[in-house]
Design a protein around this ligand. Structure first.
Ligand SMILES: Nc1ncnc2c1ncn2[C@@H]1O[C@H](COP(=O)(O)OP(=O)(O)O)[C@@H](O)[C@H]1O
Ligand SMILES: [Mg+2]
Length: 248
């Protein structure tokens, strides 16, 4: 299945993505993780050496070549079929691709580079039969119809504060406009039942999974360790979410 993880900046998208990936790997599945956050750090959370990974957005020559930007126009549908495997790092059953951030402004048009990244992403979503976990940029607007239409489930990560719920509502509306059927709330960093109740009330539904505040995870992140080894309870919540999605 193909799962996109969305939500406001800092709510725990990458953390939740990492634990879902771990839960899928534990089930014996092959997983492709795609870090689509402009400040990517999923690699580190999963134990990849992030110093050897260059985000595709930083490969200017490649982006220029593929977008065909030499002339006065750029290609709206750049060729990317031959690219995916080249930029995927693999560790056992886990593969990772890092998209990175397109630089805005300057001489070049960011739209051209974005067209390449978007095509690449959609190509992967369509061509891969392994599970895909997509750690998204805050919001979903930039990804457009193609990408969202090609995922099976959208998880919106929410923390027990108003700002994160407001962003969740925006994402919810957008996803409904794009006719995504399987849309779920994931509560993160909750301290008690009150927090869960707040999220439930504000979102109008019960979360598909509830991650509590995890000092072990926080500590592992600070120490630059693989966070998914830190707290078995977080893995268990992720496992329950995956089972739920499988039945959805
Ligand atoms: N359930 C949790 N318990 C403790 N710390 C958490 C939890 N979820 C996230 N964090 C911490 O919050 C910070 C932001 O999380 P992150 O996953 O990077 O957010 P995002 O990807 O949405 O920007 C990180 O330092 C992470 O370790
Ligand atoms: Mg992140």
């Amino acid at each position: 299945m193909k799962i996109a993880i969305c939500g406001k900046g800092g709510v725990g998208k990458s953390t939740v993505s990492a634990f879902l990936i771990k839960a899928l790997l534990d089930k014996g599945r092959k997983v492709l993780a795609i870090d689509a956050d402009p400040s990517p750090h999923l690699a580190r959370l999963l134990g990849f050496d992030d110093s050897i990974i260059t985000p595709i957005a930083q490969m200017k020559d490649l982006l220029n070549e593929r977008s065909g930007r030499d002339g006065p126009f750029y290609n709206l549908n750049p060729k990317v079929d031959d690219l995916p495997e080249k930029f995927i790092k693999t560790k056992g059953d886990l593969s990772l691709m890092v998209l990175g951030a397109i630089q805005q402004g300057g001489a070049g048009c960011a739209c051209a580079d974005n067209a390449v990244l978007r095509n690449l992403l959609n190509r992967l979503l369509l061509s891969k039969d392994e599970d895909i976990v997509l750690d998204m940029e805050a919001g979903v607007e930039h990804l457009g119809r193609g990408t969202i239409a090609n995922v099976d489930h959208i998880l919106i990560v929410v923390q027990p504060y108003r700002g994160s719920v407001e962003t969740a509502h925006k994402i919810d509306r957008l996803a409904k406009d794009l006719k995504v059927n399987s849309l779920h709330i994931v509560a993160n960093n909750c301290q008690d039942e009150d927090d869960v109740h707040f999220i439930q009330q504000m979102c109008g539904r019960y979360p598909v999974g509830i991650f509590y505040q995890s000092p072990e995870t926080r500590k592992a992140e600070r120490q630059g360790k693989v966070i998914t080894e830190a707290d078995p309870q977080m893995v268990e919540v992720a496992r329950q979410i995956i089972s739920h999605l499988e039945k959805a």
